[in-house]
Design a protein around this ligand. Sequence first.
Ligand code: PSU
Ligand code: MN
Length: 301
Amino acid sequence: MLVVSEEVREALAARRPVVALESTIIAHGLPRPRNLQVALELEDAVRREGAVPATIAVLDGHPHVGLDKQQLERVANEEGIRKLGHRDLPLAVASGASGATTVSATALLAALAGIRVFATGGLGGVHREWTVTQDESADLGLLARTRITVVCAGVKSILDVPATLQRLETLGVAVAGYGTDRFPGFYLTDSGHPVDWTLRTPEEVAEVMRAQNALRAPESALIVANPVPEDEQLDPELHARVLAEALEACAREGITGQAVTPFLLDHLVRHTDGASLRANLAAVRGNVRLAARIAAAWTRA
Ligand code: PSU
Ligand code: MN
């Protein structure tokens, strides 16, 4: 059922480091035509650290783990490419649809393929106004039952960050700051909330992954929260102002469901003169590089 690229298959068989990359950020999280360039650049960054990138997406009903350039182009540019959470996978497969995979669908397919390390920008989570909309990303529930290490810059700052941290605690998902005791804020270095555990090297992360296996605890993820460097973050004041406007516009235009996250991200890009895009890219780049080093430490373990 899974189409695993030859490069990824060989790397996994030889226990060489592999990093899974999601495709929703490419198709729905970044503006065209920059998105294709970014997809290629992220794969390149993984390779430069000595690991093999495995970008994941569904094409014509086939879940692909590892895309060639043409397939990446389809994800970036094809009209009508869907956004697929893990619940959408069987529907997309059975109907022959094509779609980009979110964190939840990517983590599921990566784990199925035997990939342990995954890099993204910011996780989905509990939205503000949750008590009214019940909008909580399926990312959290899936990470509560998937054995994968996700390197991210925290959760998207458009969310209710403390509520999301609480939900991760309730769900039993391990969270550690990388080189920090502050939970990162996606576009921002610091979300304003602390994190209980700090890991400082890829080897320390790999040690935790080994302990997860040894404990035979319920299958759950490890979230490695890696902050965007302070000199590359979005100006916190600009962030607060434009985010408030974005949330207002979202409510005013009646945006709901899967459309909420892309709407808010796009609003931020357009109203910060691209500064939010630069911060987002800086965060993802850092995460991809760290994920490759963790994957290398894991294969040495
Ligand atoms: N990180 C980014 N940009 C994105 C996303 C993550 O920097 O667009 C995507 C991820 O695929 C994540 C999804 O799983 O947004 C969450 O969407 P939702 O809130 O609808 O679950
Ligand atoms: Mn949602």
